[in-house]
Design a protein around this ligand. Structure first.
Ligand SMILES: Cc1cc2nc3c(=O)[nH]c(=O)nc-3n(C[C@H](O)[C@H](O)[C@H](O)COP(=O)(O)OP(=O)(O)OC[C@H]3O[C@@H](n4cnc5c(N)ncnc54)[C@H](O)[C@@H]3O)c2cc1C
Length: 378
């Protein structure tokens, strides 16, 4: 629709200038909007999202309230300095704390169930290395979590898995109900007066030094400050950003009457993960199995789905009857760098993207940081 076809009423009521315009209604965008409105109740805060429900990672993730398993932290220490790793872990920990404070454990469906990193006999060397480094990792994390988070899993037999030889507990991780989180964030933003418009795609951002004009699929919107919270999709707006979409697939089983545990599990350095959702099992990951698919919009290759199905039938639920009730994919935002991108690529334009696989943990913290950057320039 071209600008002349916008009605005067649409322009004067909906598309009138905003003080802060947030692009993307995921956890980062909504957290930023809530923070801005809380600090500046008199300002107009608008969130636009191109999708009806905001089909980014926020409404499609697995609901792990996690900050790092031993092998993931050790792998990060290979490519980042200890200080950079500590900074990332602190952001995740702080993000989870903020999310729980802002929404409330009940509204989040939060369970402090803990997690277990699992190892097969092929992973013996990785397991031994993790166990060897456990005292160091516990010392590293204790100042953040307040308590040493890792210990060898006492008894894996209670889960009736097959083929997992050992585990390491992270007592400080948990799970959330992703649907409740996304719904509650949105409800809170609307309740405090944030305006959210879905089904509006931003086509381009023009910064004029003192303010910005954002070209929308329908007309345009002027804003003093623009916050770009589009994660994996950011290159369409800011092509030089080091971020790209990376897909993850998730399966959810039917209810299994005999399932009697509440826990989250990771293995293969976090590339595979599963948990219970009530009496169902959710399993996801496998993006490393096909790197071309990972960053494309092509159909899910059969080997990714097969790998998840085989893990369910052979290792997690052997000799158990179940159906697959739901399967879906969603997009992460990853880049060459593992760090979050928090920057101002243009005057009065603030970027908060590249959440990686732990955006649930980190999102509220990053939202608060990008809101502060916009406030500092307002
Ligand atoms: C299958 C899956 C499982 C995951 N599991 C976990 C987990 O268990 N724990 C965890 O911590 N993290 C997990 N993640 C990662 C986490 O979900 C993401 O890191 C997080 O949701 C990112 O939030 P965000 O707000 O940055 O981006 P998103 O939620 O992706 O939101 C970005 C929004 O921007 C909108 N948008 C994009 N471009 C435009 C445009 N041009 N105009 C208007 N709107 C636009 C999109 O529609 C989207 O709604 C998972 C991700 C996936 C895909």
């Amino acid at each position: 629709m071209n600008r002349k076809e916008i009605s005067f009423w649409e322009q004067s009521a909906f598309l009138k200038p905003a003080d802060f315009l947030v692009i993307g209604s995921g956890i980062v965008g909504l957290s930023a909007a809530i923070d801005l409105k809380t600090q500046r109740p008199g300002n107009r805060i608008v969130v636009v999202d191109r999708d009806a429900l905001g089909f980014g990672g926020t409404t499609r993730n697995a609901g792990f309230a996690c900050f790092g398993s031993p092998s993931e932290v050790l792998s990060d220490l290979q490519s980042m300095t200890e200080n950079e790793v500590l900074e990332l872990l602190t952001m995740r920990w702080e993000g989870l704390r903020l999310l729980r404070k802002n929404i409330g454990d009940n509204e989040l469906g939060y369970s402090p169930c803990g997690s277990i990193e699992l190892f097969t006999s092929q992973d013996q060397e990785v397991y031994e290395n993790c166990m060897h480094q456990l005292p160091y990792l516990n010392e590293l994390l204790k100042p953040i979590t307040g308590t040493p988070p890792f210990r060898a899993t006492a008894n894996l037999d209670t889960f009736n898995f097959q083929g997992f030889k050992a585990g390491i507990d992270n007592t400080q991780e948990g799970s959330i109900d992703t649907g409740k989180m996304a719904y509650s964030l949105r409800a809170k933003a609307l309740r405090i007066g944030v305006e959210i418009f879905n089904g509006i795609e931003v086509k381009s951002i023009n910064s004029h030094g003192t303010n910005c004009t954002v070209e929308l699929q329908y007309g345009e919107l002027k804003a003093n400050q623009v916050l770009v919270c589009t994660n994996g999709f950011t290159k369409q707006l800011l092509p030089k950003t080091d971020v790209q979409p990376a897909r993850n697939k998730v399966l959810l089983t039917s209810e299994i009457p005999t399932l009697n545990w509440d826990k989250t599990f990771h293995f293969n350095e976090g590339y595979f993960y599963f948990r219970n959702v009530g009496k169902r099992i959710l399993i996801g990951g496998g993006r490393h199995l096909d790197e071309t698919w990972e960053t494309s919009t092509a159909a899910v290759p059969p080997n990714v789905t097969e790998a998840l199905q085989n893990l369910l039938s052979d290792k997690i639920l052997p000799n158990t009857h179940y159906d697959i009730d739901f399967e879906w994919t969603g997009y992460l935002g990853i880049g060459r760098q593992r760090k979050i991108e928090l920057s101002s690529p243009l005057p009065n334009v603030h970027l908060a993207v590249r959440m990686g696989g732990m955006g649930v943990a980190i999102g509220s913290y990053v939202g608060q940081q990008v809101a502060q950057s916009a406030l500092d320039h307002f």
